[in-house]
Write a protein that binds this ligand. Structure first.
Ligand code: AMP
Length: 325
């Protein structure tokens, strides 16, 4: 299968993101033809820092490489390097129903969140996303539930184009990776862990040991003593139990047993230790990569070269079909 997916350059990778995105990509690259990109063009549809953007792009590339994305097994590149994608975006825009864009849930949510920056890029974002996918005639697109609507629109756009200009694009399918592994905020355990909340509410997979310790030790729990999984009555401790279980591969029931005679502080210390150990290789690899920026740039350049070959072939076909040669 040919699989395409992108990751925005800004914001940290917290443990929830990691579980439901990059961790799967690392597995998918073993048996599929995977194309991964740093979505720098998507990233500018919401407020961002232009002066530090290039640095963030390289850092995000280091992040995914540190978690195990392997340039020998897949294609990794920066979205804006492939100009054919922006060209295709325009061609696709001309068959996209404008009304469909306004109906997208993400557009409405982001417009509400950034009321002073409701730009046309934000509205047209799903067309760029369709171009990211259709340019490679991908079979599958790994997405969270929140992006499923955009894949449906991609299929609509492909269908419309094919109908008007003849069979060109494959209709991609979403690969919904969201497992039951939902990680909650460390401070408000009834709310999902989110990178747009303050750092003390989430654990980044690249957090330093001291930061992990501090965040876990000050995570919200209840006034009780028992380490029992009960998300309704004991949301805080249940979230921590869930995190322990996921990252140790021990079922929650057994984690409960392991800590029956222990207090919250002991359990939290053990959890912090577990997470520090689990992510130590990632931290080390990222530091090493960041000290070799040229090497990261080389990987991205090689990736862009490979992606360009595929993109050029599609754009030539599209140009011919629409009568622009
Ligand atoms: P976001 O960073 O919100 O764009 O999320 C990217 C993806 O990470 C989502 O589609 C989810 O699959 C996953 N994700 C984000 N937050 C969490 C969370 N708190 N628990 C589990 N998975 C999450």
């Amino acid at each position: 299968m040919r699989i395409v997916t992108g990751i925005r350059p800004t914001g940290p990778l917290h443990i929830g993101n990691y579980l439901n995105t990059v961790k799967h990509y690392v597995e998918l690259q073993n048996n599929n033809e995977c194309i991964f990109f740093i979505a720098d063009l998507h990233g500018i549809t919401t407020p961002y820092q232009a002066t530090t953007y290039r640095k963030e792009i390289l850092e995000k590339a280091a992040d995914v490489l540190a978690t195990g994305i392997d340039p020998q097994k897949c294609i990794l590149y920066v979205q804006s390097e492939i100009k054919e994608i922006t060209e295709l975006t325009w061609f696709l825009a001309c068959v996209t129903p404008a009304g469909d864009l306004r109906r997208m849930t993400q557009f409405k949510e982001k417009a509400r969140k950034h009321p002073k920056n409701v730009n046309a890029g934000l509205l047209n974002y799903p067309i760029l996303m369709a171009a990211d996918i259709l340019i490679y005639k991908a079979d599958l697109v790994p997405v969270g539930k929140d992006q499923k609507q955009h894949i449906e629109l991609t299929r609509t756009i492909a269908r419309k184009f094919n109908k008007q200009f003849g069979e060109t694009f494959k209709l991609p399918k979403p690969l919904i990776l969201e497992s039951s592994a939902k990680i909650m905020s460390l401070k408000e355990p009834k709310k999902k862990m989110s990178k747009s909340d303050p750092p003390e509410t989430y654990i980044s997979i690249f957090d330093e040991p001291e930061a992990i310790k501090k965040k876990i030790m000050s995570a919200v729990t209840d006034t009780g003593r028992s380490i029992k999984y009960d998300p309704k009555k004991k949301a805080g401790i249940s979230n921590l139990l869930n995190i322990y279980s996921i990252f140790s591969d021990i079922p929650i029931k057994e984690v409960e047993k392991k800590f029956t005679k222990k207090g919250y502080a002991d359990f939290k210390k053990a959890l912090a230790k577990l997470l520090i150990k689990k992510f130590e290789p990632f931290r080390r690899k990222k530091k090493d990569l960041l000290s070799r920026e040229v090497y990261i740039e080389e990987i991205l350049e090689q990736g862009a070269k490979k992606a360009k070959v595929l993109a050029q072939s599609t754009i030539e076909e599209v140009r011919k079909k629409i009568g622009i040669i």
